[in-house]
Ligand binder design. Structure first.
Ligand SMILES: [Zn+2]
Length: 379
């Protein structure tokens, strides 16, 4: 994967490192060929010489990188943490900030780098990436997470003349409708400041939602590249499942959803158009559950809720028993799993799920998971 990594990283200055890396790996590395050619060649060998040892394939290796704070003032340092999950015992994590190698860790699953302050980036962004290289693996083992970027503000959280600030956005993203990431705009509700909270406290809550909820929630955590998050600097209300500042449609027309975080505990909801929702800034079940509605188009799976609906594509609940049963037959599952969990609404879920509750430990369930996969595939 060297060529692939190098093209992503823009690493023309690191050829020495990569040559070492190639030498260390040895084996099937063929400088000058593309990864596709390598893969095709190896697959050909695999068919002909299936008994031979062709090196390890570990598609499940992962590397992820987080940053803290999610938006930094120009006088603040930023801590980047890369975490690898690999079966390899011979690997390295490299961390890059603004396309420069800043940290290398060998055979340690967690790699930390504290950078900044970044005063020369005020009003623009800082980018970051983690790369996992496994030296005992020939194919499908090297992984990257990034580049993502976030905004650097002045010491009062002003971001040039813009009212929206990248908190974690894939570099090179074109926002929808023309782009293919889903974009969440975080709003601070008007109950933070009266309760002694600051914009910085709100940003801490945003960070928790991005990294402690989304990046920890099944399925979403593997699609974080498609989850772009911005923070809006204008205050929102909590009525009607969130009431955003009137300038929002003019200033951020390309967002997909609005998440209005509030300080006090309220009954939260998602609007019927599935475009905005409210959630406590602190950890509760609401942020993940209402993201299920607004971001993924999932309906409630608990009894006694309001506003059930059947999505057009890969619905998680049905208005008819026959609809639910037909889906199970198509997917070669037992149609008898369909149950009327609420008068007039059918589904196959059982126990607690994210869409009946919302804890990180709750499963999505089969049908909700299919909807989420459909969502990511349709981006
Ligand atoms: Zn709900």
């Amino acid at each position: 994967m060297n060529n692939f990594l190098d093209s992503i990283l823009g690493l023309t200055g690191y050829s020495g490192l990569n040559n070492n890396y190639k030498n260390k790996r040895g084996g099937l590395d063929m400088p000058g060929t593309t990864n596709i050619m390598r893969f095709a060649t190896i697959m050909l060998f695999a068919f002909v010489l299936s008994a031979c040892d062709l090196g390890t394939i570990r598609g499940s290796d992962t590397v992820t990188i987080t940053h803290d704070p999610v938006i930094a003032k120009s006088n603040e340092t930023v801590t980047f943490t890369a975490t690898a999950a690999t079966e390899s015992t011979d690997y390295r994590i490299r961390m890059f900030v603004n396309q420069s190698l800043v940290q290398t860790c060998y055979n340690m699953p967690t790699c930390i780098y504290t950078g900044g302050p970044y005063p020369t980036h005020e009003g623009t962004t800082v980018s970051f990436l983690a790369a996992l290289d496994t030296f005992d693996c020939d194919l499908l083992c090297d992984k990257v997470d990034g580049y993502h970027h976030f905004g650097i503000t002045d010491t009062n959280y002003n971001y040039g003349s813009l009212t929206y600030i990248p908190a974690r956005v894939s570099v090179g993203t074109t926002e929808r409708p023309s782009g293919n990431d889903t974009t969440l705009l975080f709003h601070m509700a008007n109950d933070y400041v009266p309760n002694g909270q600051t914009f910085g406290d709100f940003l801490d809550d945003v960070q928790d939602k991005i990294y402690d909820v989304y990046a920890a929630a099944g399925i979403i955590q593997y699609n974080m590249d498609d989850m772009d998050s911005y923070v809006y600097t204008r205050v929102a209300g909590t009525g009607s499942c969130g009431t955003v500042a009137w300038q929002t449609n003019t200033e951020v027309p390309w967002r997909d959803n609005d998440a209005i975080l509030h300080y006090l505990t309220l009954n939260d909801c998602t609007d019927s158009g599935l475009t905005h929702f409210t959630a406590e800034g602190s950890y509760t079940v609401d942020f993940l559950h209402h993201s299920g509605h607004a971001v993924f188009g999932l309906a409630d799976e608990g009894a006694g809720a309001t506003g059930y609906f059947q999505s057009t594509h890969e619905p998680n609940i049905w208005t008819t028993e026959v609809g639910c049963r037909w889906e199970q037959i198509i997917k070669q599952r037992n149609p008898d799993n369909c149950a009327e969990f609420e008068p007039g609404w059918w589904g196959i879920h059982s126990g607690t799920t994210v869409m009946s509750n919302g804890e990180l430990t709750d499963p999505w369930g089969v049908e909700a998971a299919e909807r989420i996969y459909w969502f990511y595939n349709s981006l």
